[in-house]
Design a protein around this ligand. Structure first.
Ligand code: OAD
Length: 237
């Protein structure tokens, strides 16, 4: 830990990639593993453009349920330590796969949400977007201006990542000296390839995760445990 802290402190540019595990201690369910959102559910029937085209109301029911679960959740010390470290590092980027908005709630600003945000709703007709925190009475909800069906502002399987966010992530991976990968199973592309990309260029890669993942073997340091404890230990304590 002492050595890894020195790498982080001494780095001119720091990138952090987060996944669902970082919000686990805030009470947000992860996707994989026991109690995960995909346990007993088929991602293809819920998180693809095809599923939405076939049954927008059904897909929305699932998102409305998830929004309800996330609404009562607050950032944990892991989120807070990431917000604190960005104020100290001139060159910093947080890349999150999480759609729950908890990094922003914790104060993170130099951040890209590569899988979108569950609080954003976007019209499939006119493209208008807004931040909507409330529940919708009728599902699927419709656009107040054009009457088109609204969709959650998240990235579904088979869709492109938001361009600005993925470009910013790629640029940071190209120059960061240290990459911390926390709370992700590292099985969903393109984020699953970030550790290898940074490593190829000579960056130090640090993993924070209670379980082994496909990237564990290439990491320069691996911390097995919860990010709400380990991220503050690594970044701010
Ligand atoms: P996963 O649910 O696949 O993985 C969560 C990871 O967090 C696992 O490796 C756990 O071991 C780890 N974990 C659990 N509790 C933790 C804790 N307290 N501290 C740190 N780590 C912990 O979630 P993601 O990797 O984020 O995409 O999943 C990637 C993408 O797959 C998601 O963004 C979503 C999903 O399908 C889309 O919906 C497009």
């Amino acid at each position: 830990m002492k050595t890894a802290k020195e790498w982080v402190r001494g780095s001119r540019s720091l990138c952090v990639l987060t996944g669902a595990g970082v919000s686990a201690e805030s009470g947000v369910p992860t996707f994989r593993g026991e109690g995960g959102l995909w346990k007993g559910r088929d991602p293809v029937s819920l998180a693809t453009p095809g599923a939405f085209a076939e049954d927008p109301g059904g897909v929305w029911e699932w998102y409305q349920w998830r929004r309800g679960k996330i609404r009562g959740c607050a950032p944990n010390p892991g989120h807070l330590s990431l917000a604190a470290v960005e104020r100290e590092k001139p060159d910093f980027l947080l890349v999150t796969q999480n759609v729950d908005g908890l990094h922003r709630a914790a104060g993170s600003r130099r951040m890209v949400e590569i899988h979108g945000n569950i609080w954003i709703v976007r019209c499939t007709g006119c493209g208008a977007e807004r931040d909507e925190r409330g529940d919708f009475e009728t599902l699927p909800p419709r656009c107040g201006s054009c009457g088109g069906i609204l969709r959650p502002g998240v990235v579904w399987f088979g869709e492109m990542l938001p361009r600005e966010a993925s470009e910013a992530a790629a640029e940071m991976l190209d120059r960061c000296e240290v990459l911390i990968v926390a709370g992700t199973s590292a099985v969903v592309a393109p984020a699953s390839g970030y550790a290898a990309a940074a490593k190829r260029r000579g960056a130090r890669v640090i993993e924070v995760n209670p379980d082994e993942t496909p990237i564990s073997g290439i990491c320069d340091a691996v911390f097995r445990g919860r990010s709400a404890e380990l991220l503050p230990a690594l970044l701010t304590d």
